[in-house]
Design a binder for this molecule. Sequence first.
Ligand SMILES: [Fe+2]
Length: 235
Amino acid sequence: MALRSVSRKAIGLKLVHKHGFVRGLSSTGFSLPEFSLPDLPYDYGALEPVIMAEIMKLHHQHHHQSYVTNYNQALLQLEHALSVADSPTIVRLQSSIKFNGGGHINHSIFWKNLSPIKELGGEPPKPSLGSAIDTQYGSLDALIQKVNARGAALQGSGWIWLALDKEQKKLSVETTANQDPLVTKGSALVPLIGIDVWEHAYYLQYHNVKANYVKNIWKVINWKYASEVYEKNCP
Ligand SMILES: [Fe+2]
């Protein structure tokens, strides 16, 4: 993430505020951030045969990039709308910010949730998270079956999550629609594993059989990452 350097002229905005500041939300010098596409921590083909390279390349370079681009454009427009107290535009932009900002948040987590089989992919969680899973769900396999069932039942596009509920101090399986990030279901929910079940995540390889994609993806789940997030957030 870098401070905004996109030309405002590129989207036709004139951002000279009546009070004299040109960029940012106030005369304090604060400037909205510009988000950027994160690099993948592995090659596009590294998750084969579970996820083919073509899917990963399209998913990262085009789908995720589009969310980032549209998020930045919406924030630029919001910056201007705020500076001129344009309430209708401020309200109108919320849906774009939620969708594209959510897409950026979710995919940034998703890439870290995956790992090649020859590295960490599919290795069981560390004892801290593993024992919490055993206590709450009986076993890792039982949890996976529960998540898979929720994924199969999810209608339309969305995400399946294994979350830590910091207030309840327990794990939780959640789903969110579209690109809603997990935080929209509660600020106490910390995403440990997020699985993208939009068709763009699997259709080129798994066609209409979403259940097979969700079943196979566990072979490349990075439980070490999930365990570290759990340990960082669980008192
Ligand atoms: Fe996606």
